[in-house]
Ligand binder design. Structure first.
Ligand code: ATP
Length: 271
C-alpha cells in the first residue's frame, strides 16, 4: 500500500521555495533515510511527508494513517518527570491509564530507561530525552514514524544502542528519518533519498544485501567532497572524511577522489 505520493510538489515559506518539484512515492513498511547537507531541505521534506507542511504547488496524496513525529529537538522547558510526561502524551490515545502505563513500562524496558522514569526530564541526559521523544510517538501506535535527526548529539555507544532499539521495533511500521550519520543510514534504511537545495537528487532503493564500501580519506578541501554525487559522507576534523558508497560505484568515486588530490587511507567492505 502506498502511504505517500507526491507529484511535482513544492513548498514555499515566506515567498521562498524550500522544496522544489518533489515527485516521490513511499510504500508501507519502507525504512527511508533522508540525507543531505545542512539547509538542503531534509526536515522540510519530512514535514511534507507527514502533512505538517501542506504543499504550495503540485499534488500530494497521503493515506489516512496514524503518524508519530519526533522533532529534532526535545522541548527543554518541560518540567514533568519522565513517566508523567509519557502518561500525558499517552492519554491523547484515549486508552485506559492502566493500559498506557503498561505500554510505557514496556517501551522503557526496550529502550533501557526504566531507572529514569521517576526522574525530572530536565535532569535526564540527551540520549534519555531522545528516547522519551521516540516513546511518546510510539505510544500512539503509529503506522508511520517520522524522526528528525534521531541520533544528533548522542555518543557512539548511545547511537548504537538506539539504532538497535529502532531496528527491533516490531511490525510493518514505516520509518522515515533525516540523518547525516552513515551509521544510522546504513543500519536502518533500505532506501536513501538525498536532498540538495530543496530537490531530491538521488533515490536509491538500497538492497540490504547490497555491498557497500567504506572509504576514509585525507582531503585538501571540504568543497571537493561536497561536489561528488551519490555518496554519503561525514567530515572528521578539518582534513579527513568518511565516505560510504555502493560497491558498484566505489571504483568511480575512488578515481574521482585521487584525481582531486585526496589520499585514501582506508578502504573496507561493509556487509
Ligand atoms: N519556517 C521556516 N521559515 C523560513 N525558512 C525556513 C523555514 N524552515 C526551513 N526554512 C529554510 O528552508 C531551507 C531548508 O531547511 P530544512 O530545515 O528543511 O533543512 P535541513 O536539511 O533539515 O537542515 P539541517 O540539516 O540544518 O537541519 C533552509 O534554507 C531553511 O532556512
Amino acid at each position: 500500500m502506498k502511504i505517500f505520493e507526491a507529484n511535482q510538489a513544492c513548498k514555499d515559506i515566506d515567498g521562498i521555495r524550500i522544496l522544489k518539484e518533489i515527485s516521490l512515492s513511499i510504500s508501507q513498511g519502507e525504512k527511508v533515510a533522508i540525507t543531505g547537507n545542512n539547509g538542503s531541505g531534509k526536515s522540510s521534506l519530512l514535514k511534507l511527508i507527514g502533512g505538517i507542511y501542506e504543499e504550495t504547488a503540485g499534488q500530494v496524496k497521503r493515506s489516512q494513517i496514524n503518524i508519530g513525529y519526533v522533532p529534532e529537538h526535545f522541548p527543554e522547558s518541560i518540567r514533568f518527570k519522565l513517566q508523567d510526561y509519557l502518561m500525558l502524551m499517552g492519554k491523547m490515545t484515549c486508552k485506559s491509564d492502566e493500559g498506557i502505563l503498561k505500554r510505557i513500562e514496556n517501551y522503557a524496558e526496550l529502550f533501557a530507561i526504566t531507572d529514569f522514569l521517576t526522574s525530572p526530564l530536565s535532569h535526564c541526559s540527551k540520549g534519555t530525552k531522545q528516547k522519551a521523544g521516540i516513546i511518546q510517538a510510539l505510544l500512539k501506535n503509529p503506522d508511520l514514524l517520522l524522526l528528525d535527526e534521531p541520533l544528533t548529539g548522542l555518543d557512539d555507544k548511545a547511537k548504537i544502542e538506539l539504532l538497535n532499539q529502532l531496528n527491533s521495533l516490531q511490525g510493518e511500521k514505516t520509518i522515515i528519518f533525516t540523518a547525516h550519520d552513515p551509521l544510522l543510514i546504513e543500519g536502518l534504511a533500505d532506501r536513501v533519498l538525498t536532498v540538495e537545495s530543496g530537490r531530491i537528487v538521488y533515490d536509491s532503493t538500497t538492497n540490504k544485501k547490497e555491498k557497500f564500501r567504506y572509504i576514509k580519506a585525507e582531503i585538501p578541501t571540504r568543497e571537493i567532497i561536497e561536489g561528488i554525487p551519490s555518496i554519503r559522507y561525514k567530515f572528521i576534523g578539518r582534513d579527513s572524511v568518511e565516505i560510504i558508497v555502493s560497491a558498484k560505484e566505489s571504483d568511480k568515486i575512488l578515481a574521482m577522489l585521487l584525481k582531486r588530490g585526496c589520499s585514501i587511507f582506508e578502504l573496507t567492505e561493509k556487509r
